[in-house]
Design a binder for this molecule. Structure first.
Ligand code: GCU
Length: 420
């Protein structure tokens, strides 16, 4: 090689290196979190104080608008005309405990258009309409239980040969791969129905998923994105549940783990029909405070998942203090309804303390509306659930949904739905 070429190559090397963005190093040191000031959920943008429940309605509308404009994007408000069709019914599911049903929710007037494929388990032992948990799944309906009669999802899925996802499609091998997160028998035995659908029915979860999502079918110019689409889908599933004679739609808890937890919060904030909202390990842009520099950050989530939030959110990457909201206010938007926030101690990426502090900072809104918020002055110890109108627990273990989590959600629902 000629000497000049070698020299040129050597010069180019540091340049190429300089173009790489610096690797993200999360802060896990409480001493380095720094100080921050949270926006007050009970102060309007014009500085006036919210002192009454009536004034809260105005502030609520303002906060919804601020979250739409700055974080999740605007959801179209026109109510779509849906069509429901029951495709399958097995009265003897879960060893006879439940009736398993599959319902297609047609989301547009076109018969070949997008659908939500809802899987529904209704307890066989029931007297009248039952309350329900609604939560999206990650691996398709057939992943929540090994039952070979559940229809195999046909939508796009992330390649994962170990889990039976080949060429981005589910194979028989993928049945039941998510089952340990879904203690269906336990939930049904406690008297609740379970409704679930694959989140990719609304938006395939990758950077280029938007053209294949529900979004182009609904609005051309609104700048919403995957989290908004998933939240919208949860409301459409609730539309169906309202129509179902076995379900008491006034007692539906929307639950979500992780990115689904972010979507469940946004769904519950916008749609006041959800009786209970449950966030499991939702972390950054979910329950955790954005201004607390701990674990994942706004910059990092927008870089790794550019398709989740709207364009404006990315402008806050390096200036979170300029956000007109923080995540305690998405929690406040659930008020006065029961809200449960769950963390896991090894899930430091999601900032458990930031989730707890956020729930605490939402409490004044609950109190204004005559409810207790989070009844805890300090972060509770491991496995010491707080069951006030805002509930909270932290458990041992990693980022996941466990039987322990579900037991607390059931106890919380029993407690808060009983009188309804
Ligand atoms: C990533 C992401 C989180 C998200 C999580 C999940 O870890 O950074 O924000 O909650 O995925 O959805 O599992």
């Amino acid at each position: 090689m000629k000497i000049t070429r070698i020299l040129l190559l050597l010069c180019a090397l540091p340049l190429a290196h300089a173009q790489q963005p610096p690797a993200f190093v999360p802060n896990y040191d409480e001493a380095k979190v720094g100080t921050y000031t949270l926006p007050d959920p009970l102060t309007m943008n014009d500085g006036s104080k919210v002192l009454t429940a009536q004034q809260w309605r105005k502030r609520r509308a303002e906060l919804l608008r601020l979250f739409a404009e700055n974080v999740y994007g605007r959801t179209p408000t026109t109510k779509p005309k849906l069509r429901f069709a029951e495709k399958l019914r097995d009265p003897n599911a879960l060893g006879g405990l439940a009736t398993r049903r599959e319902i297609t929710i047609q989301l547009t007037p076109k018969s070949a258009g997008p659908t939500i494929n809802l899987l529904l388990y209704v307890p066989n032992k029931r007297a009248g309409r039952v309350p329900a948990f609604l939560a999206m799944n990650y691996g398709g309906n057939h992943a929540v239980h090994p039952d070979p009669k559940i229809t195999l999802a046909t939508a796009w899925m992330r390649e994962n040969k170990d889990n039976g996802i080949v060429n981005n499609r589910a194979t028989e091998k993928s049945r039941g791969t998510e089952a340990r997160r879904w203690p269906l028998e336990m939930i049904v035995q406690r008297g609740y129905a379970v409704a679930t659908f694959y989140y990719g029915d609304l938006f395939p979860d990758h950077n280029n998923g938007r053209p294949d999502s529900i979004i182009p079918h609904l609005s051309k110019d609104e700048d919403w994105n995957a989290i908004g689409a998933w939240a919208w889908g949860l409301s459409r599933a609730l539309d169906y549940l309202e129509h179902d004679k076995d379900i008491d739609a006034r007692r539906v808890a929307v639950m979500g783990h992780s990115r689904h937890g972010k979507a469940a919060l946004w769904a519950g904030a916008q749609d006041e029909r959800f009786a209970i909202v449950i966030s499991n390990d939702s972390g950054e842009s979910g329950a955790a405070l954005a201004r607390r520099n701990f674990g994942e950050t706004v910059a990092r989530i927008n870089t790794a998942f550019p398709h989740w939030f709207n364009a404006k959110y990315k402008t806050y990457n390096d200036r979170v203090a300029a956000l007109p909201i923080d995540q305690h206010e998405i929690l406040a938007l659930i008020a006065p309804r029961p809200l449960y926030v769950a963390s896991a101690v090894e899930d430091q990426w999601a900032d458990p303390r930031g989730e707890f502090l956020s729930a605490q900072a939402a409490s004044p809104v609950y109190q204004l509306l005559g409810k207790d918020g989070l009844n805890a002055t300090q972060m509770p110890g491991m496995h010491q659930p707080v069951m006030s109108m805002i509930g909270y627990h932290i458990r041992v273990g990693v980022h996941d949904v466990t039987k322990y989590d579900w037991e607390q959600f059931l106890n919380f629902a029993d407690r808060h739905l009983r009188q309804k």
